[in-house]
Design a protein around this ligand. Structure first.
Ligand code: SF4
Length: 232
């Protein structure tokens, strides 16, 4: 078996074992695309709890996207303070919304459903503060487009399992996963890897003795160096 074939077999085994552990989540739209985009800004460098709290505060303070754009930036920053980096995130959110309104004539991202995939990624990442992971989240979660977002949990797991090398960036890891598994499993595999990263393959104290992926893990087998400390 070639090393490529081995990697494909490993990715398939990981997918299958995680479905046995956590089930096979069916795709569903979590938020409307604009809300998801704003949440991706708010989620940068903070926890899900904090970013969702900031999002709820933003929605409570400003009932429409027009109101978010029209708000004094310092006031918007104060409303989302619990999400951290508010003075950076507030102007970026306003800039993005303003650009969408100017380009599309409405607060609407539905054009991303039909745009060629690379163009859709390029459009999203041209927004200040939106990187490949954030773009992938909007495209996968809102439109079911075939992209595989790699967050901090999936990046760590990919390195420990030996799907990618310890030097591989998140963006490179995204391309590796996209080539290894079929597009129809991107969504369930993405969610199940995150669940596994939170519950078992934790950053500082992975629970290897109870891990269902042991047999496929290079770090457990001692063939890759210990993982670096937790990073968010
Ligand atoms: S065996 Fe340990 S390091 Fe490997 S995936 Fe499982 S918890 Fe993570």
């Amino acid at each position: 078996m070639s090393s490529d074939d081995r990697l494909h077999a490993k990715a398939q085994a990981i997918y299958r074992l995680l479905v046995e552990e956590y089930g096979q989540p069916a795709w569903r739209r979590h938020y409307d695309p604009l809300s998801e985009l704003v949440l991706t800004f708010l989620s940068q460098n903070t926890s899900d709890v904090n970013s969702h709290r900031a999002f709820e505060q933003l929605k409570a303070r400003y009932p429409t996207w027009e109101a978010v754009v029209a708000a004094p930036t310092e006031e918007l920053a104060a409303a989302i303070r619990s999400g951290g980096l508010a003075d950076i995130k507030a102007p970026r959110i306003q800039e993005a919304l303003q650009r969408i309104l100017e380009e599309r004539g409405a607060f609407d991202l539905d054009f991303l459903a039909d745009l060629p995939l690379e163009e859709a990624k390029g459009w999203l990442t041209s927004l200040q503060g939106i990187g490949p992971k954030s773009a992938a989240i909007v495209l996968l979660f809102c439109f079911g487009r075939p992209v595989f977002p790699v967050d901090t949990h999936i990046h760590r797991l990919s390195q420990r399992l030996g799907i990618v090398s310890p030097e591989t960036s998140r963006e490179q890891a995204q391309a590796v996963w996209e080539a290894l598994v079929p597009a129809e499993v991107y969504y369930p595999l993405h969610l199940n890897l995150i669940t596994h990263g939170r519950r078992v393959c934790r950053a500082r104290d992975p629970l290897c003795p109870i891990c269902a992926l042991q047999a496929h893990c290079d770090w457990y087998a001692g063939t890759v160096p210990p993982p670096h400390a937790a990073k968010r």
